[in-house]
Design a protein around this ligand. Structure first.
Ligand code: HC1
Ligand code: SF4
Length: 586
């Protein structure tokens, strides 16, 4: 290593390291905005990380950006001189001069990186205040997301996350001069032929420029209406991702407190999407076994598997429809657990409890932005119904706002169990849905049981666990021989698998695809400003909940067995197809 000095203190560094990296390691703060270490992103557009540098032999210090200036032997760096402080202040005021002045109405207010930097440098708006000319007053909205151009500081983190995670490049840099901002190929966002609505961009955006569409007031309206029966469903990943949104450490299962808080706000029923995840496994597992039977009969089972993809991630479905419609015939027709829950909450539940279905509103709480988009799919509309089965989807971030606006402090409440007896009991397998590999592990448990397969004694399928982008496993079965499966997240990593299926070389019988890093625990509706950092803890919490549940496999969930006995007859039945399956747009 070499040596240099920051603020007169000796620091060691390896060749190639930047001034910013060395300063950070030494615990010396340097404000940044556009830089994003987890994406190795340092476009140098915000100029907030200004420092003074002086190389050996130079007479005077000069200003430089720490993020893209390499440390060199003997370099003298000053991070807090008057000149540095004034330069940063000026830089921050220039950013604010080009930013709409509506902080108090912004969802990021109080948690905005631009505000944080302003406070750090001691921003003084001075003569630049009040002169902002709006780029466009229009917000660009989709069913799930909102882009406010006036809040874009051109850091390009969103462009990078879309490229690196999905390889899609749905977000582009557009316009020139003060009119420049990110955009969507020059079209309205809703018309993008690439964006999958996963919301990863909203997790890395430092300001409120890219965010989820806020529908909290719709939920409050429903809760306040005495004519309406509100039924909440809580997705598997919500209970492990809410703590961070509330500013707490991850690692705890918050479901009991979520139930308590929603009950406190007047929810009529609080139920569990994990229950319908178990139903999903029965439907999807049956579909898979039927496919395998056909291949067995045709003699292609081992040589040319007819690969089936999972269908519960709407980000993945949006991608398949937009960019690979020819493989839709390989996508399971089973609806997602969200959609299955809602279909049954509007049919089986009211029939069993004697409630008028027209009074019911299903509000689903999701870690996901794309679920808002999924809820509006025309393929999910029951015949003769004008209203979608899922009436409203709130992300975990909106749930925290619902608690705030409703005046409940979820963290301080005593946990309360879900409402019984309907649609709440869940297996450990259903909890696993929250993480990459979880849908597959849940399916393997049930498929093994139904086909004479060799499942591990503890039911833990290690090869599909963990946070690798692509995983593979095999299952030996009596009925079908060896089944090969793959698990992938990040649309970028599904490309090679799609190609194999297309050209007939896929060795896999079943492939799980989730769009977001780590699966839903990394969903676009979870905590901002913590991109990928806490995925291992969130995932371990999911595994722990699975182990603690008395029933570990979907087909052994007594509440699901009852559903089939009393209503659907058997998985894959006519009624099950009508309510729990769907087609796609190609
Ligand atoms: Fe997911 Fe799913 S696991 S898609 O990630 O299949 O959002 O949590 O609810 O529907 O169950 C999300 C999570 C969620 C569905 C289930
Ligand atoms: Fe939504 Fe989960 Fe898919 Fe992300 S991985 S788009 S959170 S369903």
């Amino acid at each position: 290593t070499e040596s240099a000095r920051i603020n007169g203190r000796e620091v060691r560094f390896a060749p190639g390291e930047t001034v910013l990296e060395v300063a950070r390691r030494a615990g010396i703060p340097v404000p940044t905005l556009c830089e994003f270490a987890a994406l190795a992103h340092r476009p140098g557009t915000c100029r907030m990380c200004l420092v003074e540098i002086k190389a050996p032999g130079e007479a005077a210090y000069s200003l430089a950006t720490a993020c893209d200036t390499r440390m060199t032997p003997g370099l003298e760096v000053e991070t807090r001189s008057k000149r540095v402080r004034e330069a940063r202040k000026l830089q921050a005021s220039l950013l604010f001069a080009d930013h709409c002045e509506t902080c108090s109405a912004c969802a990021r207010h109080g948690q905005c990186e631009l505000q944080d930097v302003a406070r750090t440098v001691g921003l003084d708006l001075g003569r630049l205040s009040g002169r902002y000319v709006s780029r466009t007053a229009e917000k660009d909205k989709t069913a799930a997301l909102v882009f406010t151009p006036d809040k874009c500081i051109r850091c390009l983190r969103c462009v990078e996350v879309c490229r690196q995670v999905h390889g899609i490049g749905a977000i582009t840099f557009e316009g020139i001069g003060t009119g420049a901002a990110v955009g969507f190929d020059g079209r309205p966002w809703a018309e993008s032929d690439r964006c999958i609505q996963c919301g990863q961009c909203t997790l890395v955006c430092p300001t409120g420029a890219l965010d989820v569409r806020d529908e909290v007031d719709r939920a409050l309206d429903m809760l306040a209406d005495p004519e309406i029966v509100t039924i909440f469903q809580l997705a598997p990943a919500t209970r492990v991702t809410l703590p961070e949104v509330l500013g707490l450490a991850p690692g705890e299962n918050f479901e009991g407190r979520m139930v308590a808080a929603l009950k406190g706000l007047g929810a009529d029923f609080v139920m569990d999407t994990r229950w319908s995840a178990d139903v999903t496994i029965l439907e999807e597992g049956t579909e898979l076994i039927e496919r395998l039977e056909r291949q067995k009969a045709a003699g292609t089972l081992a040589t040319h598997p007819d690969t089936m993809f999972t269908s519960c991630c709407p980000g993945w479905i949006n991608h398949a429809e937009k960019s690979a419609p020819d493989i839709l015939e390989h996508v399971s027709s089973t609806r997602s657990p969200q959609a299955i829950f809602s279909a049954l909450a509007k049919t089986w539940l009211p029939q069993s409890l004697g409630i008028d279905p027209a009074r019911i509103r299903v509000i689903s709480i999701m870690p996901c932005t794309a679920k808002k988009d999924e809820a509006l799919r025309p393929q999910l509309l029951r015949e003769g119904e004008a209203r979608p089965d899922t009436d409203l989807v709130l992300t975990v971030r909106e749930l925290a706002r619902l608690f705030e606006r409703g005046g409940v402090d979820a963290a301080s409440l005593e946990p309360v169990p879900f409402d019984t007896p309907f649609m709440t009991q869940a297996s450990g397998a259903a909890q696993l849905f929250a993480t990459t590999g979880g849908v597959m592990e849940a399916a393997l448990r049930t498929v093994a049981a139904l086909t004479g397969g060799k499942a591990p004694a503890n039911l833990v399928f290690e090869p599909v666990r963990g946070l690798a982008n692509t995983k593979e496993a095999t299952l030996e079965t009596e009925r079908f021989g060896v089944l090969r499966v793959a698990v992938v997240y990040g649309i970028r990593h599904v490309g090679p698998l799609i190609d194999m299926v297309r050209n007939g070389t896929s060795p896999y019988h079943f492939i799980e695809v989730m769009a977001c890093p780590g699966g839903c625990i990394g969903g676009g509706g979870t905590a901002q400003g913590r991109w990928r950092t806490n995925l291992p803890v969130r995932q371990q919490t999911v595994y722990r909940i699975d182990e603690e549940l008395p029933v570990r496999s979907s087909h052994e969930n007594p509440d699901v067995v009852r559903l089939y006995e009393n209503f659907l007859k058997k998985p894959g039945s006519h009624k099950a197809h009508e309510l729990l399956h769907c087609g796609y747009t190609d």
